[in-house]
Design a binder for this molecule. Structure first.
Ligand code: PEP
Ligand code: MG
Length: 933
């Protein structure tokens, strides 16, 4: 920057801070800083790294940072500065002036400063910044003379008035930009840079008139006053709507506040040997180790952001200013080594001299995060030289790599997603049930979805809600959209298991199936029109957005291997078919934690038999139907055991509300009434009459609390008996074929009393022993229970007398603990989240305080009875990172989640172990190994 001889001036001479005042201002200048990276909470990301870089000897323009404590005092004190703050700011300014040898407001050689926001976490573009502060009608003339560049000085002044008026005086930027556009048109200037000094002077005069007209005051001419207004404006920008929204979305606390950094301006717009740019130490999109960035000659930072001119690739700097380029390369390498992470660096070149204005950990795609983490281990960047033992050093480096990747971000790598560069406005929003995106033609009828899929058309199935009847249509569709239901509704659970795109509970979507359309606000979408579902955000978009394919790179596999090795809480998958089981193994699931056997009945050829079973008038008729289901079940279990090849499989006996398997009551009633009126087809009429009566008998006011789970198995024992037989026959058959098979873990759903547990266990043991005896193969089994009813958690010690393992079914446990219906929460959840009545959807993120307490109690009491009781979770929370961490902390042996979530759960589990180490998973002595002669 231009330098001048320091001289004294009363205005900015600061009083000494009183002895007991907190330190509000931290200076950095010429290789020495008060702060460092360690003070991120006080100085914000920008401020603390400027201090750190200054101490490292990186060329940073001098300045000072006002702490977040000062912000806290200001905001709690009714927007008044806490005592002593302004004195410390003036003292900081005096140090800054001394460091650069210039004075704020000096008529001959004025110091100009930038005033920047800076929160603890980066909130890009969400808060305010003021550049070129210190210019007024006098200093602009001084700056023009001193730099011998009149155009430059007036250009800085018009920029300053625009930005300052916008940020500190509340006059929208657009008003100034309109005047600028008019001035450019009048001067026949194509770009801002073509506007010369005289028109710029006239423009400044117009700008000042605009300020006078809008505020009733002249544009502030006094630099210290400008500074005070700018600092206050940056403080206030913490509560601007966009910043508040950003924090809500990114879950950042509102009480962090922002720091304010005041820095000497350096100018990238001083001519052809000046410029400004942004660079990354690696490619933020692919993670490739290559210097990546952009640079604009003769420009200020805002020109890059505004996109007025197209920046050049960073490599061109090598040709135009080779020395600067070499220095930048050396600095970026040094910063990456120092921070052990990919850096995003802002820099300015002023007349051939390089200044670094900011460095931070660069934002990156999930693919880049994985590649960078793995490659940095290989490059030794995470090696802690103080650790002498080589293998210990490598372990620590791997742990660092594992912590560098956000588990949830792995979603992006496992399913098709919307291209992040796509621009769009959604027509509706629902709950984001799966991370996948899909494009297809809208269809309302599941059968039609199947037909169209057979013609290789891509379809999106749109329903009020789904039921088991719709499963074929759901499977055929690329994505599913429902207007009702929550994150554990039928549609969400089923789609998640398949990794299929799904948006549920989109309250704005009004489905008018008979008209063949749905409405979303004013938009009417007809059958056959193309929409995109963004399952990751819950957005519904008209038309086809570009999608990107998942990539499983070698680095991804490596990271997954490291995660598995580091974890003590193992990961299993919820899988219902042999295909799911293979997918689970592909993602390294170490077993299946939940086979929902009712999902095995959803296939078209099985539903009629299930219906027969339900319609049966007596036990004998029911047994007949059940016997016809047995071969199907056995075949599926054979497929699953074979795919799992020696890994454990937990099979849950049937647990659906029975009426879900019956045809739609409305359709039956319509047909029945029609035949009744016409008096035709008496046989069909009679059949429909029986179905109608059965549906009426089965319908429940609260099916979720009704005749399901073990209640069904106890009232219709032949169903569970058939399932146990099918499981054990399959296990014996697989063993006979020489495939390894772990003793099946047979799981009873929804138990709430000891009598229920005892009854179902006795029945299971009886049937399993009988079957194994008949098969003549030595295969063991164990019998455990799901803990889904709060009462079960409370009497876990007693249940454990009869259960070999527990698996927490946190979908039902959440439903019953909160009393929120799984299927109806969509009605009020968006409002609750918006108003912060709930911080998260409890069906997505485990409620550790309430449901978690029941889990703690359940584990503690269960293990009081059986020290080695194996415990897992199989609700949808099993793949959610914060919930996985909780499961680790409370001592679960495994978590189980949909196959597509398995890598996420592994990484979350590894991170939990690194954060809170636990001894290796408990021995599996709880598994009962029965031997049969
Ligand atoms: C549960 O309740 O958490 C569970 C896994 O069972 P389902 O979702 O099938 O009720
Ligand atoms: Mg359940």
């Amino acid at each position: 920057m231009p330098r001048a001889t320091p001289h004294r001036r009363a205005r900015t001479k600061a009083p000494r801070p009183a002895a007991r005042q907190p330190k509000y201002v931290y200076s950095f200048a010429n290789g020495k800083a008060d702060g460092s990276s360690a003070l991120r909470h006080l100085l914000g990301g920008k401020g603390c790294e400027l201090a750190e870089m200054t101490n490292l000897g990186v060329p940073v323009p001098p300045g000072f940072t006002i702490t977040t404590d000062a912000w806290a005092g200001y905001s709690s004190g009714g927007r008044k500065h806490p005592a002593g703050l302004w004195g410390q700011v003036l003292a900081g300014m005096a140090r800054l002036e001394a460091a650069v040898g210039l004075k704020l407001g000096d008529a001959a050689k004025p110091l100009l400063v930038s005033v920047r926001s800076g929160a603890r976490a980066s909130m890009p573009g969400m808060m305010d910044t003021v550049l070129n502060l210190g210019l007024n009608d006098r200093t602009v003339i001084g700056l023009a003379r001193w730099t011998k560049n009149e155009r430059f000085a007036w250009d800085c002044y018009r920029r300053f008035i625009t930005i300052f008026s916008d940020v500190a005086l509340g006059i929208e930027r657009r008003a100034f930009e309109d005047l600028l556009d008019r001035a450019k048109a009048a001067a026949h200037a194509k770009t801002d840079a073509d506007l010369q000094a005289e028109p710029l002077k006239a423009l400044v005069a117009e700008f000042k008139r605009l300020v006078q007209a809008r505020t009733g005051q002249p544009f502030p001419q006094d630099p210290p006053e400008q500074l005070k207004l700018a600092v206050n404006a940056v403080f206030d920008s913490w509560v601007a709507k966009k910043a508040v929204d950003y924090r809500r979305i990114h879950r950042l606390p509102d009480d962090w506040g922002t720091a304010v950094t005041v820095m000497a301006m350096v100018f990238g717009n001083l001519g052809e040997r000046s410029g400004t740019g942004v660079c990354f130490t690696r490619d933020p999109s692919s993670g490739e180790r290559r210097f990546f960035g952009e640079f604009l000659i003769n420009a200020q930072g805002e020109d890059v952001v505004a996109g007025i001119r197209t920046p050049q690739p960073i490599a061109t700097l090598k040709d135009s200013m080779p020395d600067v380029y070499d220095e930048l390369v050396a600095i970026k390498d040094r910063l990456e080594r120092h921070y052990h992470d990919m850096q995003d660096i802002e820099f300015t070149v002023q007349e051939g001299r390089l200044f670094i204005l900011q460095t931070r950990s660069g934002k990156r795609t999930a693919a880049a995060a994985v590649r960078i983490a793995v490659e940095m281990v290989r490059e030794g960047l995470f090696d802690d030289r103080r650790v002498k033992n080589a293998s210990e050093r490598r372990d620590t480096a791997i742990h660092t790599a594992l912590q560098r990747v956000e588990p949830a971000s792995l979603n992006q790598l496992l399913v098709k997603t919307v291209d992040p560069r796509a621009q769009y406005t959604p027509i509706a929003r629902g709950l984001a049930a799966t991370p996948a995106a899909a494009v297809g033609k809208v269809v309302f009828d599941p059968e039609k979805a199947v037909e169209m899929a057979l013609r290789e058309e891509h379809v999106i199935l749109v329903r009020h809600e789904t039921s088991p009847e719709d499963v074929a249509g759901m499977h055929a569709a690329q994505g599913v959209l429902t207007s009702r239901g929550g994150l554990t509704s039928h549609a969400a659970v089923v789609a998640r298991g398949w990794g299929k795109s799904c948006v549920v509970g989109a309250g704005d979507v009004i489905v008018e199936e008979e008209q063949g359309l749905f409405r979303a606000g004013r938009t009417v979408v007809r059958e056959g029109q193309v929409v995109t579902l963004n399952g990751a955000t819950g957005e519904v978009v008209m038309g086809a957005l570009p999608l990107v394919d998942p990539k499983l790179s070698a680095e991804f596999r490596q990271l997954l291997d490291w995660a598995r090795a580091a974890s003590t809480t193992k990961v299993r998958a919820n899988a219902d078919t042999p295909a799911d089981a293979s997918k689970a193994r592909e993602f390294e699931a170490e077993g299946i934690g939940l086979v929902r056997t009712e999902h095995m009945f959803f296939k078209e050829d099985r539903i009629p038999i299930v219906r027969e079973m339900i319609m049966a008038r007596d036990e004998q008729a029911r047994r007949k139907a059940v016997d016809r289901l047995l071969p199907f079940q056995r075949e599926d279990f054979i497929g699953i055991f074979t795919a799992m090849n020696g890994f454990p499989v937990t099979i849950r006996l049937l647990d659906p509300p029975l009426h879900e398997f019956l045809p739609s009551y409305r359709e039956v009633l319509e047909e029945y009434t029609r035949l009744d009126a016409l008096g035709i087809n008496p046989a069909r009429h009679q059949e429909l009459g029986a179905i109608k009566a059965r549906i009426e008998a089965l319908v429940e006011a609260n099916p979720m609390l009704g005749h399901r789970g073990c209640r069904l198995g106890i009232t219709f024992p032949e169903i569970y008996e058939m399932q146990v037989r099918a499981i054990m026959e399959a296990a014996c058959e697989v063993a006979k074929r020489g495939v390894q098979v772990k003793p099946p873990e047979i799981m009873i759903p929804l138990t709430g009393t000891v009598a229920e547990m005892k009854f179902t266990r006795d029945m299971t043991v009886r049937m399993a022993d009988k079957t194994v005896g008949e098969m003549g193969v030595k295969v063991g089994y164990s019998v455990g229970t799901m803990i889904e009813v709060p009462r079960a958690a409370l009497i876990a010690d007693k249940l454990a007398d009869h259960a070999d393992f527990f698996s927490f079914g946190t979908n039902d446990l959440t439903q019953m603990t909160f009393g929120y219906s799984r299927d109806d929460i969509g009605k009020f959840l968006p409002f609750y989240l918006e108003r912060k009545v709930l911080t998260d959807d409890p069906f997505a993120v485990l409620d550790q305080e309430g449901v978690g307490e029941l889990i703690r109690i359940g584990i503690e009491r269960g293990r009081r009875t059986k020290k080695d009781l194996k415990v897992g979770i199989c609700g949808e929370h099993g793949g959610e990172p914060a919930s996985v961490e909780f499961c680790h902390r409370v001592g679960m042996d495994y978590v189980s989640c949909s196959p597509y979530m398995v890598p996420i759960a592994w990484l979350a589990s590894a991170q939990a172990q690194i954060k809170e180490p636990r001894r290796a998973a408990r021995p599996r002595s709880a598994v009962r190994r029965k031997r049969h002669a």
